[in-house]
Design a protein around this ligand. Structure first.
Ligand code: ZN
Length: 288
């Protein structure tokens, strides 16, 4: 009898441990964003400004879940503000607008924010096998162990200064999606083998074209940074898909189709063609 009681108590405790986070999540999702929080989304997520009410509600729900689940850590003396939390969560959740279900980057635990570009140790191996250790200035970095690191100074830039085609948040969170498939290799989880076949065919072709453009110094809608490897190509193309959808669709129609099928949203609905920047992208820093 005692054993049965102990077991049932243990069972109840287990249920409680499982139920409390669910209850907290439900409560967090039920609480609407405050007016000042919505104002930050309006100000710093330009796609949100152009969304219909249903899409806005979807983004707000994803943002609430993001803020509930992820820890923000200020680095190098930076104090995390609502402006930072809402701006980063709002932009990161754009990538999930068409996703099935409400999961928000399940492998991600923490977003580390530096005031500006940060130094990270890098190990380089040249063709002769010589290893050099150096420190590199980075604007953002995505890790498969549950961390994204961002320079707040560069998160604020999209739409505000001279490089709207870059978006370090979209870039790093594209890497997060990419790594969910088990390897960060430019192919996120796609489902069927046919989808992988078509993805690989289209992206390989455009990746090769971008490498050629980078070699000859020809500027286009895709940043030459994406010519490094397929993972960077996917991240750079994701930036263009959400920031310059009309230009990407007209110059890379097949790539745009693949991204429509993957992201299950059409960002052209959130931006008029004439609002897109007409100049081409230029590298103004480096991220991983
Ligand atoms: Zn990258």
């Amino acid at each position: 009898m005692e054993a049965v009681l102990t077991l049932s108590l243990l069972g109840a405790a287990g249920l409680l441990i499982w139920a409390v986070p669910r209850w907290r999540l439900r409560r967090a999702l039920a609480r609407p964003l405050a007016r000042h929080e919505l104002a930050i989304l309006e100000r710093n997520v330009e796609q949100y400004r152009a969304m219909d009410p249903v899409s806005r509600a979807r983004l707000e729900r994803l943002v609430r879940r993001f803020l509930h689940e992820k820890t923000f850590v200020g680095c190098a003396g930076l104090e995390i503000t609502d402006e930072m939390r809402l701006t980063i969560a709002g932009q990161a959740c754009l990538l999930l607008m068409g996703a099935r279900g409400d999961a928000v980057y399940p492998a991600l635990n923490a977003v580390l924010v530096y005031p500006g570009a940060f130094l990270a140790p890098r190990r380089q191996v040249d063709a002769a096998g010589v290893v050099t250790e150096e420190r590199q200035d980075l604007l953002g970095e995505s890790w498969g162990d549950g961390r994204v690191i961002l320079s707040w100074d560069h998160v604020r830039r999209p739409g505000l200064v001279d490089a709207p085609s870059h978006n370090v948040v979209l870039h790093e969170f594209a890497h997060q999606l990419d790594s969910e498939s088990g390897a960060t290799n430019g192919a996120p989880y796609l489902g069927s083998p046919e989808r992988y076949r078509s993805w690989s065919e289209v992206l390989s072709r455009d990746f090769a074209a971008l490498r050629e453009d980078a070699w000859f110094g020809r500027e286009g809608v895709l940043d030459h940074y994406g010519a490094q490897d397929p993972a960077e190509f996917f991240a750079v193309a994701t930036e263009a898909f959400f920031e310059q959808p009309h230009r990407l669709a007209s110059r890379h129609a097949a790539l745009y189709e693949e991204f429509l099928k993957y992201y299950r949203v059409d960002p052209r609905a959130w931006q008029a063609a004439h609002e897109e920047p007409s100049y081409s992208a230029g590298v103004y820093g480096q991220w991983q």
